[in-house]
Ligand binder design. Structure first.
Ligand SMILES: [Zn+2]
Length: 199
């Protein structure tokens, strides 16, 4: 019996927008597509791909079985020119921006019966939100979850004690965020890590 209601966050996903950005959809293009742990940069999994004639073919191993999997790519025109790329879900044939890997096959969220994490389970987002609010209050420049220490600058006119308090609170939340992320990445790499390699 297949387990249903797994979380989207626990699955490896292909995003047609980021693939288009990396010029994957150029006729004759081939290469590998990898997933990375955003905190360590370490590669969690990768697959091989080739693109030809609006077909994206994926090559990968799952439970030591080799798979070759073809996905149709559709395009729609963008408002501001250029093209928007979409996958055709191999199961329901709907046009989707994301496909998820589960039980050796890629298909859309609906076909994979995936849920987003419930509010209660998804403590990460709440923690991150409060952390980002503190960063905004401090006028800190940041573009990801991990602040470089030398960006942690006291805004002009803020009392040192107020600043210290906010930084303490921020650092606690940052550590907490780290722990949640590490736990979920560990789960992900335990499940897929060594299994997905180019064939
Ligand atoms: Zn589908």
């Amino acid at each position: 019996m297949q387990k249903t209601h797994e979380k989207v966050e626990d699955c490896l996903a292909l995003d047609s927008r980021s693939m288009a950005k990396s010029a994957v959809f150029e006729d004759g293009r081939q290469g590998t597509w990898g997933w990375h742990n955003t905190s360590t940069g370490e590669e969690v999994a990768k697959i091989g791909y080739s693109y030809h004639n609006q077909q994206l073919t994926l090559h990968y191993q799952f439970n030591k079985q080799p798979y070759h999997y073809s996905i149709n790519i559709e395009t729609t025109p963008c408002h501001y020119g250029g093209m928007r790329y979409w996958f055709t879900c191999p199961d329901c044939h709907k046009r989707v921006a994301k496909l998820y890997l589960r039980d050796s096959a890629f298909s859309c969220r609906i076909c994979q019966k995936l849920n987003y994490a419930t509010q209660q389970e998804n403590k990460l987002d709440g923690t991150r939100l409060v952390m980002c609010r503190i960063r905004n209050k401090l006028n800190w420049q940041y573009d990801n979850a991990w602040m470089k220490p030398y960006y942690k600058i006291r805004p002009k006119g803020m009392h040192q004690t107020t600043f210290n308090k906010l930084v303490d609170r921020h650092d606690q939340l940052e550590n907490k965020t780290n722990r949640y992320l590490m736990a979920s990445f560990k789960k992900l790499s335990d499940r897929y890590g060594a299994e997905l390699v180019r064939t």
